[in-house]
Design a protein around this ligand. Structure first.
Ligand SMILES: [Fe+2]
Ligand SMILES: [Fe+2]
Length: 297
């Protein structure tokens, strides 16, 4: 399978050139002041809806805090899954040519998991449990199982990067949060590049080995579309609205009711499109999805 080894080589050089002691990378303050936002207001899940203007400044800051904890927690759980997968397959024949890079990748993800978990625990006292809104994508062949793992990792990395990049480059955000988000954005730009090499390679492999390539194409399109739907849903965590103490002032019975209202709000569809459009364009161009309509998810 042809992949761009020059690109993988550049990613390795970049990773190694940037190596620093991860555990000395940040200065961790004892706490984050209650009057400091954790992200800009356009990243809140109320953004675009009339509910946003009904929140006062303190409520918006609390929402920004708990939504950040949600994002960081999603990273912790996502990384656990991908490390588990990579450590199982790293020495298998089909990954022999990228196994060295996979070592670098695992090292970086271990570091990410550490700082996201630490930020959650030190500044908010908890990591949200992982929510399984659907079973893991069921693959009909082993090749497809690998493809789904790399595809969902790639979608997830670009999903989170939209947030990390914005927070990491926004003035007025507490330094430690800005730094964490920025550092993750920088590392993930390499992972996204790697994922964009691996996904088409695994897709070609799955099609070559298929008895019925059209059935595989249909299965992949369906599964990948569901991945986008799943990641959009993960933005809206009922526990966040409860911890931020915002559902009641906004007139909702509980966090779930607020979550459902926001998840399906027409104004949020435009946000989903904006947030995921780069990823959707890539997967469409590679032929993994057909007719992906983000606004309908
Ligand atoms: Fe990461
Ligand atoms: Fe990553």
């Amino acid at each position: 399978m042809e992949i761009d080894y020059a690109r993988i080589g550049r990613l390795m050089t970049l990773s190694k050139g940037r190596s620093h002691d991860p555990y000395e990378r940040f200065e961790w303050p004892a706490r984050i002041p209650d009057d400091q936002p954790w992200c800009s207001n356009d990243l809140l899940t109320t953004y675009g809806t009339p509910l946003q203007a009904q929140l006062d400044a303190a409520q918006q800051i609390r929402l920004s805090k708990w939504e950040a904890v949600n994002f960081f927690s999603l990273n912790v759980h996502g990384i656990k899954g991908v490390l588990n997968f990579v450590s199982r397959c790293i020495y298998e024949e089909r990954y022999a040519d990228v196994s060295e890079y996979l070592h670098v990748f695992m090292g970086e993800e271990n570091f990410h998991m550490w700082y996201f978990a630490k930020a959650c625990l030190d500044y908010a006292g908890k990591i949200y449990p992982s929510i399984q809104l659907q079973g893991d994508a069921q693959a009909s062949t082993p090749e497809l199982g690998d493809l789904y793992m790399f595809a969902s990792t790639l979608i997830f990395e670009e999903f989170v990067d939209y947030y990390n990049h914005k927070v990491g480059t926004t003035d007025g955000i507490t330094e430690i949060l800005k730094q964490i988000n920025y550092q993750h954005h920088v590392d993930e730009s390499r992972h996204v590049s790697f994922g964009r090499e691996m996904v088409p390679r695994l897709y070609r492999l799955a099609l070559e080995r298929a008895d019925d390539p059209d059935a595989i194409r249909a299965e992949v399109s369906h599964t990948v579309t569901n991945m986008f739907r799943y990641f959009i849903s993960l933005m809206y965590n009922p526990a966040v609205y409860a911890d931020a103490q915002v559902y009641e002032p906004l007139g909702f019975r509980n966090g779930n009711a607020m979550r459902n209202a926001l998840r399906s709000h027409p104004a949020r569809k435009a946000v989903h499109e904006q947030w995921f459009k780069r990823s959707a364009a890539y997967f469409t161009k590679q032929g993994l999805v057909t007719d992906l309509n983000l606004a309908a998810l």
